[in-house]
Design a protein. Sequence first.
Length: 109
Amino acid sequence: MPFDQTVEQPEPKAIYQPFTFLHDGIQHNAEAMFAEKTMDICQGISTCMGLIHSSDLDRSNGTAPILDANATDRLLRFVMASADMLTGDAEAIIDHMNKANKARREGKP
């Protein structure tokens, strides 16, 4: 190699990496990414619903709830939006898999 030619060095990996449950080999796998997103959203929905339920029980018992009515309403809307988003993602993945399966059975690339 000539001395006047520069060699590009790969950029060093950043120290900070976003948290993921996925190992390096599957971090860009669509199915694994969807499973991780589903798990995160479902855990969040469960937490929100637990807080809402606890607040509702406190209100019915006449004790101070963890959440006021506005916060409860915001969490309920968040839960609905999260479930709708997850539903849309799942529908898109199912549609893509069905089209790919149909094309495979018909011998199309």
